[in-house]
Write a protein that binds this ligand. Structure first.
Ligand code: DMJ
Length: 461
């Protein structure tokens, strides 16, 4: 059933192509063997924790979007469930070889998921979680029903691009195609090409690629004279509504997709946009302090520093830097992020790194710092990143686990739990933690890229 992946072999042509065209980090060929048993034990423990959380979902929220782990109930995002957790979690189950669970989730999705619903959905979230999840699981399982669902969803999302600028509205009605909410941000506009582009490659219909690519370019073309984007933009006027520039939530995956669209599709424009953007980011947004390297907030037009916040979402950036080949900055920034985690026992949503005080005090079970440790370990084989993984695992089990599943934290100092387990905990957090300890042939990074929700998309075309 599992058609493709899991191979040691890097296809020769692809390796040659990468050698000639890529300045990105490549995985060294071997891994130290002395830690193999300990790593296998850790990956198995993570797998058991995944099962614990999945069993909680099954018991109390089967057929719904998300588990509420404290009240043992469920939450649906809209008036009809869209199976957010099963779709988001499915490729993790396949990668972990949880075959009965994956089969059961796949049948639930194929038999119950319908996008023919009169509801306004958030294009960004539905794209990264559902479209990305369906495409990745289709590639891993070969189950054509998942591709059919992805194609139907992609078609229903297309009206979002019907703005005067070609940048997508925030929301679209899945039944009528009506759109709403023109005020958006670079991440919501520019985090679509991996999913929509893959849909084009798999269906032969170029419309998805073209519309998502245009949206990405429209944001980039509105960059400031010093090469930065802001954090708010209106898709009808094309004007910036907020000039603050950073690498965190609202902008983050716009940059991530410039780099990854180049890697996945060999899209030369994306490479050029990434190269220009990262130069501006490192010149203005990076903040090398005596306490370590951070990335804060600046004015997009002047480069003047306007804030020194760093958050759980920003912690994806070491991984992206590592993937781009900048291991040095990646290592420094991951060290800073790890300091943020250990300072409080679990990372808060944001801190002010100028005084190491908490700016937002919750922990939403986010994956980004673990994602970065995974990339850094793959590219350096430095056991320090496994050590970080042990810390993340220990903190999660100690503070976020309960008898039902896992719960977010309201406050990282008091460690009070909140009644939420977002689907990205199963899609991303536990997947990256598992892959950090699993043998590297479990997933060959040279075959594709992870979308921003950790759905692995393979270059099968
Ligand atoms: C995920 O939904 C995606 O990673 C997104 O890009 C932003 N972060 C959340 C998880 O923290």
């Amino acid at each position: 059933m599992q058609r493709i992946l899991f191979s040691f072999a890097v296809p020769v042509l692809l390796a040659c192509w990468l050698a000639q065209n890529s300045a990105t980090a490549q995985e060294p060929a071997t891994q130290p063997s002395e830690s193999a048993t300990a790593n296998a034990d850790m990956s198995d423990r993570v797998r058991q924790e995944f099962l614990h959380a999945w069993d909680g979902y099954k018991k109390y929220s089967w057929g719904h979007d998300e588990l509420k782990p404290l009240t043992k109930s469920y939450r649906d995002w809209y008036s009809r469930p869209l199976l957010m957790t099963p779709v988001d979690a499915l490729d993790t189950m396949i990668l972990m070889h949880l075959t009965p669970q994956a089969d059961e989730a796949r049948e639930l999705i194929a038999s119950r998921l319908s996008f023919d619903q009169d509801i306004y959905v958030k294009n960004f979230e539905i794209t990264i979680r559902l479209l990305g999840g369906l495409l990745s699981s289709y590639q891993l399982s070969g189950d054509k029903r998942l591709l059919d669902l992805a194609n139907d969803l992609g078609h229903r999302l297309l009206p979002v691009f019907n703005s005067p600028t070609g940048m997508p509205y925030v929301k679209v009605n899945l039944k009528t195609g009506a759109v709403r909410n023109p005020d958006t941000n670079p991440a919501e506009v520019g985090t679509l090409l991996i999913e929509f582009g893959t849909l084009s490659k798999l269906t032969g219909n170029p419309v998805y690629y073209d519309k998502a690519k245009r949206a990405l370019v429209e944001v980039y073309n509105r960059r400031s004279p010093i090469g930065l984007v802001g954090s708010g933009i209106n898709v009808e006027s094309g004007k910036w509504t907020n000039p603050t520039s950073h690498i965190g939530g609202g902008i983050d995956s716009f940059y991530e997709y410039l780099l990854k669209s180049w890697l996945l599709f060999d899209d030369k424009d994306s490479k050029q946009m990434w190269d220009a953007s990262i130069a501006a980011i490192n010149k203005y947004v990076a903040d090398p302090t005596p306490g370590g390297l951070w990335y804060g907030q600046v004015d997009m037009n002047t480069g003047k520093r306007v804030g020194t916040d760093f958050g759980a979402l920003d912690a994806f950036f070491p991984g992206t830097l590592a993937l781009s080949g900048d291991i040095d900055r990646a290592r420094q920034l991951e060290d800073s992020a790890f300091k943020m985690w250990t300072w409080f026992g679990v990372e808060p949503e944001a801190i002010d790194y100028s005084n190491m005080k908490i700016a937002y005090d919750g922990y939403a079970l986010r994956p980004e710092i673990i994602e970065s440790a995974f990339y850094l370990h793959r590219f350096t084989h430095d056991p320090k990143y496994l050590g970080m993984g042990h810390t993340f695992y220990g903190s999660l089990v100690k503070n976020c686990r309960n008898d039902v599943a896992y719960a977010a934290l309201k406050n990282v100092e008091k460690k009070t739990q909140s009644d939420e387990m977002e689907s990205f905990f199963l899609a991303e957090t536990l997947k990256y933690l598992y892959l950090l300890f699993a043998p590297s042939n479990t997933l060959d990074l040279n075959r594709g890229v992870f979308n921003t929700e950790a759905h692995f998309i393979q270059r099968t075309w």
